[in-house]
Design a binder for this molecule. Structure first.
Ligand SMILES: O=P(O)(O)O[C@@H]1C[C@H](O)[C@@H](CO)O1
Ligand SMILES: Nc1nc2[nH]cnc2c(=O)[nH]1
Length: 308
């Protein structure tokens, strides 16, 4: 893990506000863009882009598909809603400390957002949730949290925050409702959206078949390497949270392994053996599906913001 960052909320907020026109200084909604999903900035109006390197306390993202830019603008019809979007996030596997990972969420809260829309690319563990589906997350399963990798461990950033945060209502039913209503308004096919549970793993390795089977059996529908730390910080800051996971790949979870022992025995007995093609997930595949489906996800986000 990277070194912890000194807390400098005021310095960060000042550096941001200094370059913003008055109408963008108090954004209403925060958006976090997952792998390959930063295109939403293209539909912002009055855009102001601030590189993370210009904001004290912010780290830099090192992952392809993640820019390191905070984008402010107006989103939606009419006058538009002032929003702030992270074009690129931080993951613990990059070496960022958990407090660095969630620092931008705390800054967005200090800037005044009330709602946060968090997106990510994720692998599907559920055969009825195919690639390309947008999963509206209703719950999470975070083994790292349960075993000591929790961004809320340690001294709190303010004595006003709750020490023991309940998570039974972490994913806002009201915002999830708005997502499904927005999908209806956009005339998306019924199969475009699903509901499910997100498993957070640290990465950067993708799952072994046994790990995939395990996560499926304990109740996860999709799996990814981000989001949950941000959700925890957002809830601690009192924000309403909605998470949209774009399924970019299937996690390969065969119920049975092909037996090398049997194959060798068959070969030795002179039988012809057909080897199945191994399926391997890659970040390039994740980005490609992200690029293909980003348009729908962005329209959905815009429509939700419009209906707030
Ligand atoms: O930032 P997100 O969660 O969208 O990125 C996913 C998880 C890993 O960072 C990467 C793996 O391909 O994509
Ligand atoms: N852990 C994990 N993260 C992902 N992000 C996108 N796809 C995947 C996946 O299959 N597994």
């Amino acid at each position: 893990m990277g070194d912890d960052i000194p807390l400098s909320f005021d310095a960060s907020v000042d550096a941001i506000k200094r370059v913003l026109p008055i109408n963008l200084q108090s954004p209403r909604v925060g958006i976090i863009c997952g792998s390959g999903l930063s295109g939403i900035v293209n539909v912002f109006r009055d855009v102001v882009l601030i590189p993370y390197e210009n904001i004290p306390g912010f780290s830099t993202s090192t992952v392809p598909g993640h820019k390191s830019t905070l984008a402010f603008g107006l989103l939606g019809s009419g006058e538009g809603v002032p929003v702030v979007a992270m074009l690129g996030r931080f993951h613990p596997y990059e070496g960022h400390s958990l407090s660095s990972v969630v620092y931008p969420v705390r800054i967005m809260a200090k800037l005044g957002i009330k709602d946060i829309i968090i997106t990510n690319a994720a692998g599907s563990l559920n055969p009825s949730i195919p690639v390309g589906t947008i999963v509206v997350i209703q719950d999470h399963l975070a083994l790292p949290n349960l075993t000591g990798m929790n961004p809320l461990l340690g001294p709190q950033t303010s004595k006003d925050l709750p020490r023991f945060l309940p998570l039974s209502d972490a994913y806002s039913p009201a915002l999830r409702r708005l997502v499904f209503l927005a999908a209806h308004q956009l005339q998306l096919d019924d199969s475009a959206l699903a509901e499910g549970t997100y498993a957070w793993v640290s990465g950067p390795t993708y799952e072994t078949p046994a790990e995939g089977r395990f996560l499926r059996r304990v109740g996860a529908d999709v799996v990814g390497m981000s989001t949950v730390p941000e959700v925890l910080a957002a809830r601690e800051e009192g924000l309403n949270v909605v998470v949209l996971s774009l399924v970019t790949n299937f996690v390969v979870i065969p119920e049975t392994y092909r037996s090398i022992k049997e194959e060798v025995q068959a070969e030795l007995a002179g039988k012809k053996v057909e080897l199945p093609q191994a399926q391997v997930v890659s970040h390039a595949e994740v980005l490609a599906i992200g690029q293909e489906k980003a348009g729908i996800l962005m329209k959905l986000v815009e429509s939700v913001v419009d209906s707030l």
